[in-house]
Design a protein around this ligand. Sequence first.
Ligand code: GN1
Ligand code: MG
Length: 369
Amino acid sequence: MESKPSPDLEAICAAFTVDGRWVSTCPIPSGHINDTYCTKFEDGGRLVQYVNQRINHLVFREPELLMENIERVTRFAREKILAAGGDPDRETLTIVPTREGRSFHRTAVGTYWRMFRFIGGARTYDRVEDLRHVYAASKAFGRFQRMLAELPGGRLHETIPDFHHTRKRFEAFRTALEFDPTHRAAAVRPEIDFVLAREKDTGTVVDGMSAGRIPERVTHNDTKLNNVMIDDRTGEGICVIDLDTVMPGSVLYDFGDSVRLGAATAAEDERDLAKVGFDLDMFDRLAAGYLDAARDFLVPAETDLLAFSAKLLTLECGIRFLTDHLKGDVYFKIHREGHNLDRARTQFKMVAEMEKRMGAMEAVVKKYL
Ligand code: GN1
Ligand code: MG
């Protein structure tokens, strides 16, 4: 893998309104798109931590608009949390402004940086270690949707247009397959056929939305379980993070996408497919947590498709990984040869298992409605 020159984080931090003396910055190696770091400052004998992120502006083409969304969402969340007697410093992200009063800093070389306060006493989990965390995180995403239903100020910007337009994702896959720019298609015929056989599914949610049956709402759109911070002491999902894709969408995108990690028995890139599977007990916790927060505002056109959305969004993500493999790994960061293919395979294995258990999944949803 080619390595990028590491940026001068001390200089970047100097653009932001942080008190004290810069001490160190370490990379946080998670996420497939942006680059994330943890920075320590010393202020009056105390160590204070921050999160620095370089926004990938090839993926998020308009970082200014993206940050405008995040400013609106975090400002509103802060008001709501204060009104409910909560702690806004832990329950929502807090943007550290630049010395010019902006929410991001553009360097001379044209990279975009932002800084958040670090949330202490809580952490994220890349793999499920405790079923209670699954419930807690899913509930946090449901609460997040409920809160954003009241967001004033009009529609948010679409930071990535058609992000969860599954049919367009399918079409992009078919185009990549047709051109086969890296000549990888021949070696992945079973995966290609798996996708082609499911074309019909890809229109279900987007057609419901364009017909007006499925309402457009403000959604998170990247509801991996590791996008919720779990409180070390209480085990509650205290803060929803990674707000880059908060924008208009369907609740089905959020619930469906949460299942990819939240009901998986192995990591997203596990190579040993025997370890990869869909776990119904984990799905049960996801459905219970989500519906405990969201059942009051959902309409039947949404609840009818919750179980299906799990399969659909997992399929969509697999399609995106396979497309990127065919295109030569141009979108998702990879850390080894064939990484996107490995990721696609885990998603398809989960889809196949969900298809076999769709009846049981629907019964779980019904139980909590
Ligand atoms: C990307 O970078 P990260 O891990 O937050 C992707 C998601 C995918 C996810 C797969 C903007 O998210 O849509 O579900 O990888 N984000 C973007 O793990 O494409
Ligand atoms: Mg993300």
